[in-house]
Design a protein. Structure first.
Length: 488
């Protein structure tokens, strides 16, 4: 018995130690982190926690407020990831809210002069490695944080060769939310990818919420040779996109693709009628979109095949799948004229045909490759390992989780869901701290539509207080989280 307790103590102690921040092993080396040839090494999850909690190692610069917010005299810090990192224990960090974003901002008052910026001003080379199971939920930072993702705020930075798999990002009212980066300015993101889920809820009328499967909002930045398989769910967000929620102010998105799912709900909160969703970009303003495609995403109301709201933007040689999306237009709204050259809807067969892309001038010698054995026959990027080698499961329509009704509710609400093959379904309720409140069901269901009811009680029968709650449905090959509000 004593031996058993000793083993348990050692195992628990080891797990807790693994969640302690540990500096990079070479941090004491002369000039470590000062150049790309001598970067600080991120080798494990403990190093990643350390980076998220030490803003003095995010780089430095002098902030300039006029004529536009920017940084000058930037001194960068350089990082290189040296292994695949298992971040699944991030769910236990910060009282269940997950990993703190690398780079952040906060308002201490009502004006722009009261903005305190602590962005990431550096370079992070993922080395082609992955970070798996990242969890970040609003509450790890206050609402005024302004951006949530692995890299919350990123200015004058380079993020490259990094793949986030099975990430889970949950936000409520955060203006800029993505999986890899929340808000980027004067930044380059190259050869990066994301899979997992991001769920976002819109903020106030003063701050439009931008939600993206890779980046929340891009300002004067470049996103190149990236893709996302993320499941993106938007509730009253101003603009949502498979790659980025917003592409603004001379930003460029090129040589990228989206193969995830986008859906959401909208209650007429914003000026434009309906949810603004684009298969790749939600809101494009004075920017360039070149050589991108969308192969699959679930049919969603008020969606443009590639762009949602487009204004004074150049779109060149870009495509979307008309069969899987059931979308006939490449953009949803265009209040100001831009330049569009070859924005075309294609069938699945056409998007698997190299001739579709070569006739549009896509580079299949250096950038793209197409093979029936990878990415379900759709083009993928030479600079990223073949999709079948990155442990990605192509989203398939195996289940649907509907919005609860009524919402807000008191004292109970009904949650409906559909499954398209027999299997186990687990539906759980969580509070805003990420703590599980109750398991509503965890059993085998047959094909069809089903319902469960939550009566506002916890697992032990306690009446829960008013507030925001989340419910998550999980099957063997499906996971989605949605938001509900209990009012008493």
């Amino acid at each position: 018995m004593k031996k058993t307790f000793l083993i348990l103590f050692v195992l628990i102690g080891s797990a807790l130690c693994a969640l302690e921040p540990i500096p990079p092993s070479n941090i004491e080396s002369p000039n470590a982190g000062s150049t790309s040839e001598n970067p600080l090494l991120i080798s494990n999850f403990a190093n990643l926690i350390w980076l998220s909690e030490n803003h003095s190692y995010w780089g430095s610069g002098d902030i300039v407020l006029n004529p536009a917010l920017n940084f000058v005299n930037v001194v960068k810090v350089y990082y290189r990831q040296t292994n695949d990192i298992d971040a699944s224990d991030s769910v236990f960090l910060n009282d269940g809210y997950g990993l703190k974003p690398i780079g952040n901002a906060d308002f201490t008052g009502p004006s722009i002069e009261d903005l305190v910026l602590l962005p990431f001003l550096g370079e992070y080379d993922g080395g082609g490695y992955s970070i798996d199971g990242l969890f970040i939920m609003q509450g790890v930072v206050p609402e005024t944080y302004e951006a949530i993702a692995l890299f919350g705020w990123s200015w004058h930075s380079n993020i490259r060769n990094l793949h986030l798999t099975n990430a889970q990002i949950i936000t409520d009212g955060i203006p800029n939310a993505g999986v890899l980066a929340g808000y980027i300015a004067y930044t380059t993101i190259l050869n990066c990818s994301t899979t997992g889920n991001i769920t976002g809820t819109g903020g106030s009328m003063d701050y439009g919420t931008y939600l993206g499967g890779l980046v929340g909002r891009s300002i004067t930045s470049i996103i190149d040779r990236c893709f996302s398989f993320a499941s993106v769910y938007s509730e009253n967000c101003f603009a949502t996109g498979g790659i980025t929620g917003a592409l603004q102010n001379s930003s460029t998105l090129q040589n990228s693709f989206f193969r995830g799912s986008i859906n959401g709900s909208y209650d007429g909160f914003w000026e434009y009628s309906g949810l603004i969703v684009g298969g790749v970009v939600g809101h494009a303003v004075m920017s360039t979109i070149n050589n991108v495609y969308v192969s699959t995403f679930e049919p969603t109301p008020n969606v443009g095949g590639v762009i949602g709201l487009i204004s004074a933007t150049n779109v060149i040689n870009s495509f979307w799948n008309t069969e899987t999306s059931e979308v006939s237009d490449g953009y949803l709204i265009m209040p100001n004229e831009g330049t569009i050259h070859n924005l075309s809807g294609k069938t699945s067969a056409e998007l698997r045909d190299i001739a579709t892309f070569e006739s549009a001038g896509w580079d299949f010698n250096n950038i793209w490759i197409i093979s029936p054995d990878n990415n379900d026959g759709y083009p993928y990027l030479r600079t990223i390992p073949p999709v079948s080698e990155i442990d990605i499961v192509v989203p398939v329509n195996t289940a649907t989780l509907h919005a609860n009704y009524p919402n807000p509710f008191n004292p109970s609400t009904t949650i409906s869901f559909e499954i398209f093959k027999v299997g186990n379904v687990c539906i759980e309720v969580f509070n805003v701290k990420g703590q599980r409140v109750k398991i509503l069901t965890n059993e085998i269901y047959i094909i069809g539509t089903h319902q469960v009811v939550w009566n506002g009680l916890s697992e032990d029968g306690r009446s829960m207080s008013s507030g925001v709650y989340f419910y998550r449905m999980t099957t063997n090959d499906f996971s989605q989280t949605r938001r509900m509000v209990l009012i008493k």
